[in-house]
Design a protein around this ligand. Structure first.
Ligand code: BJW
Ligand code: ZN
Length: 257
């Protein structure tokens, strides 16, 4: 049986599904990944100078400006057929949990109900001192790559507002981790899509699901450390493979979303 048919059968027969996504699912919407050769963000930017608490302490204007540029870029793009296919799975299987490492809002905009954001969100800034949540600033006309911007002050304590994302060395949000652990512990199928599987603790998720007895299906154009964990490896892009997979499982599902 071709791999995609085998994956469709697994999905069709599943009662509980986890969809675990990384930057690759948003790549075809125009959001760069982190580690892809040539196009990944970490090819052009230094993670230590931008995605750590120390970076924000050292140069808050550089870090805030970079995240505002990314937030506005995400706001200007649209979900792709990969995100829509994930929402179609959710519409067919009620007990579906979408767990994403992504800080964009493309799953929500595609119709996913309540994705678990393991690494936070570009759209949920908060105070770096007292933790109070803040609204993202009003949209600007020109995102301006590389522009420094002073972070706004917290209305409660005047501390600096920081991006609501999880930086290296920071703990993942407890409620998100708990929701993820719960969903993974008793799912029938876990789809891992567009993630390099290099960043922990998120990278444990497919392994935990496999250990708990789930069938792991991976969608990625490149090999990853998850290849050996997955029962089925679908080598291709999310926007191409996921609609095909969903259409094989439920022939009308994509047109219903
Ligand atoms: C496609 C596609 C298409 C392309 N279709 N697919 C040594 C060993 C183990 C762990 C550590 C270690 N040293 C340090 C650590 C810990 C560290 C870590 O894991 N580091 C590793 C890199 C080594 N982890 C942490 O620090 C975490 N926190 C932590 O451990 O806390 C401990 C603690 C506990 C208690 C108290 C205090 C502390 C936090 C990790 C936070 C990660 N943050 C980032 C940045 C978020 C903000 C931002 O956006 O700037 O999250 S890093 C970045 O990587 C981002 C992503 O969510 C994450 C994962 O990346 P992802 O999504 O997998 O993207 P890529 O680019 O890596 O891969 C893309 C994939 O898509 C590729 O496979 C492509 O082939 C594929 N693809 N096109 C489908 N069209
Ligand atoms: Zn504050």
């Amino acid at each position: 049986m071709p791999d995609v048919r085998e994956a469709a059968k697994l999905l069709e027969n599943a009662a509980r599904v986890v969809v675990f996504t990384g930057a690759g699912i948003s790549a075809e919407s125009g959001v760069p990944t982190f580690r892809d050769a040539l196009t990944g963000l970490w090819e052009r930017y230094d993670a230590q100078s931008l995605a750590t608490p120390q970076a924000f302490r050292d140069d808050p204007e550089l870090v805030w400006g970079w995240y505002e540029w990314r937030r506005l870029k995400v706001s200007s793009v649209r979900p792709n057929p990969g995100h829509l296919a994930v929402a179609a799975v959710e519409a067919r299987i009620r007990d579906t949990t979408v767990i994403t490492q992504n800080v964009d809002d493309l799953h929500e905009r595609a119709g996913s109900k309540n994705p678990v954001h393991l690494h936070g969100s570009l759209f949920a800034p908060r105070c770096s001192e007292c933790g109070a949540s803040a609204d993202p600033p009003a949209e600007e006309d020109e995102p301006g790559e590389g522009r420094r911007m002073p972070p706004p002050p917290c209305v409660r304590c005047k501390g600096l507002i920081r991006p609501g994302v999880v930086w290296f060395g920071e703990a993942l949000p407890e409620t998100a981790l708990e929701a993820a652990a719960r969903a993974v512990s008793d799912c029938d199928v876990l789809l891992t899509i567009g993630t390099s599987g290099l960043v922990y603790p998120a990278a444990e998720i497919p392994r935990l699901a496999a250990r708990a007895g789930a069938a792991v299906v991976q969608v990625n154009p490149q090999p990853t450390p998850m290849d050996s964990v997955a029962l089925v490896n679908l080598r291709g892009s999310a926007a191409r493979v996921l609609p095909e997979l969903v259409n094989l499982a439920w022939p009308d599902a994509m047109s219903e979303t």
